[in-house]
Ligand binder design. Structure first.
Ligand code: ADP
Ligand code: MG
Length: 261
């Protein structure tokens, strides 16, 4: 390494231009072979830096979204779930996030609600949106703990307001007490002002008050906000989890259908 190159590396280190120090040498050679102008060369060097920063920030967005596993739309069997692939292709353009619309995925256990929510979330994070994934139970627990520790507003701002896309999975699996039901209402009401929500639930809307401490007025107010600009997508069919077992003759269809209730 010559002295000029060493000085360049030091400068890049000081200015935190990691990609410039990697790319400068190679691009300089290309520049002289292809006789780029000085400005062309400078633009390409800076573009290398910008591209690397964007890739890093997007992989950081995926890491910090809280996805329990990686799921992709490409791996989803739409026919099996009786789902409209075109609708998901449209949703995966992420225009719904730009328009501040919600997506509500409904259906019994195992039909792919979480898979689809995660796949849209991954797409959004990879496209540069800040995404946060929670189960309803975890989110309510976190909010409750934050309140007891007197850091409710900080927590609420970071976890509920800030993400461009908030995913709340498994709404309705656990009945919420009065305080938690009120917290969930606050979450939906705040998102109504700030940005998109994806919610998954095994309950029909008519049953939502059951999980919201029996408060039908609260359920109606929550649904009003959630559904105002929403794509409501019912998924049908049988549990994908039980598909292979059923194929192998380990369980009967009837049992599977019951388990999915
Ligand atoms: P739900 O959230 O509706 O209970 P999940 O999304 O957790 O169901 O699905 C259960 C498992 O089955 C997951 O591993 C998921 O990836 C897979 N799965 C469900 N439906 C499909 C499908 N239609 N095509 C491919 N995999 C599916
Ligand atoms: Mg699920």
């Amino acid at each position: 390494m010559n002295l000029a190159h060493e000085r360049l590396l030091t400068l890049c280190g000081d200015l935190k231009l990691a990609a410039v120090s990697d790319a400068a040498h190679r691009l300089a050679q290309e520049a002289s072979a292809a006789e780029w102008s000085y400005l062309d060369f400078l633009e390409r060097v800076l573009r290398a830096e910008a591209t690397q920063r964007q890739e890093r920030s997007r992989s950081m967005l995926v890491r910090t979204a809280g996805f329990p596993v990686v799921k992709r739309l490409e791996d989803f069997d739409f026919a099996f779930a009786g789902a409209n692939k075109k609708q998901f292709t449209e949703l995966s353009s992420l225009a719904f996030i730009e328009r501040g619309e919600n997506v509500v995925l409904l259906g019994p256990s195992g039909v792919g609600k979480t898979h689809l929510a995660l796949a849209l979330g991954l797409k959004a994070a990879q496209s540069g949106y800040k995404v946060r994934f929670h189960t309803a139970a975890d989110l309510m627990r976190e909010i409750g703990t934050a309140r007891r520790q007197e850091r409710y507003s900080t927590m609420f701002r970071a976890s509920v307001r800030m993400p461009r896309l908030l995913i709340i999975d498994e709404f309705g699996y656990m009945p919420l007490d009065k305080a938690a039901a009120h917290d969930l209402f606050q979450v939906v009401a705040k998102r109504y002002e700030y940005g998109s929500l994806i919610v998954t639930s095994n309950l029909n809307f008519g049953q939502w008050d059951q999980t919201l401490a029996g408060d039908s007025a609260l359920a109606a107010a929550l649904l009003d906000r959630l559904l105002h600009h929403a794509h409501v997508i019912p998924l049908q069919g049988e549990s994908y989890r039980l598909k292979d077992k059923r194929k192998a003759g380990l369980i009967e269809r009837r049992t599977a259908a019951k388990a999915a209730d």
